[in-house]
Design a protein around this ligand. Sequence first.
Ligand code: ADP
Length: 348
Amino acid sequence: MNLYPNLILEALRHVKYPATGQDIVSAGLVADNIRIDGNSVWFSLQLRPNDPLGKSLVKACEQAVLTYVDRNVDICGHIDILTPQPIEQTPKESAMDQVKCKIAVSSGKGGVGKSTVASNLAVALAQQGYRVGLLDADIYGPSIPKMFGLEEERPVADDQGRIVPIEKYGVKVLSIGFFVDPGSAIVWRGAMASNAIKQLIEEAAWGELDYFLIDLPPGTGDIHLTLIQNIRLDGAIVVSTPQQVALAAAIKGIDLFRNDKVNVPILGIIENMSWFTPMELPDNKYYLFGKEGAKRLCEERNIPLLGQIPIVQSVCEAGDDGRPAVLSNEIIAQAFENVIKKTIFATK
Ligand code: ADP
């Protein structure tokens, strides 16, 4: 492997500074003292004291080098403080101390509608008057910014140096996607991902919340175990379609939360894409992915079925338009009202 500074800089251009949206190299945040020794690379980011994005940016940079240069680079990033820190800081409290209920929204496999469900659930809870936060922790494909129409938005820091979530439709939103180019398929490594996510959870200015929803990455690998161990959750919701492969993956998800090392209560399963009803035949239900698979799974495993969400074309369109369907579609609004009642009951 032949490493040289420009190669590293090119990789670092894939990382954006969330507060401005500019890539960190153009923004002048990468110090020009990149050091290379064989397979080892050291770089520094020049940031203001207490920049709340600092640790997450270093992680994103390390991941960008592994992704765009070589997986075998031994990479190590530092933060260079631009000016001396004027005031002695007292140890930070976790933002989660002010949160009543932390719920992970998970799925065994991708594409079952986990993020769609998380977005609609968050907005529906906010409409009922609850104070809601939503963190998009889906490192494989963060889609919440798009679903909330926040792709152009960048979180900034408050006067205490904490990242401020962006508020939309009554929900406070942060996404791991604010830290990397949406187009670049960066897959974070376990420890990096869980550290960055932990920081977004504990060190952001979430304020007082009744419900904090975390949209987890799909799957049940080691990375999930680490993540879940790092977040003290009050409960988990598993999203699945009625299809057998999705249900098999959902069972793995349930087992992950019930694992002795984790022990997170399963609040219930939300069955998504339960049936399709064409507009011109409102009384007909077509069970495209099989009938009531999640319902049976719930009965077998003694888990509440929190609700069944039909396939509705406007769900997809609303997601793409950045306005969750619960705000405009009667059928979806009704379905989520039922889900919310059961979720609130399950967290009492
Ligand atoms: P995941 O987070 O599980 O990968 P997404 O929430 O991104 O899945 O959903 C995958 C796709 O399916 C998106 O295009 C979304 O709009 C669509 N979708 C999800 N749920 C529904 C539904 N109930 N009706 C119609 N389309 C849906």
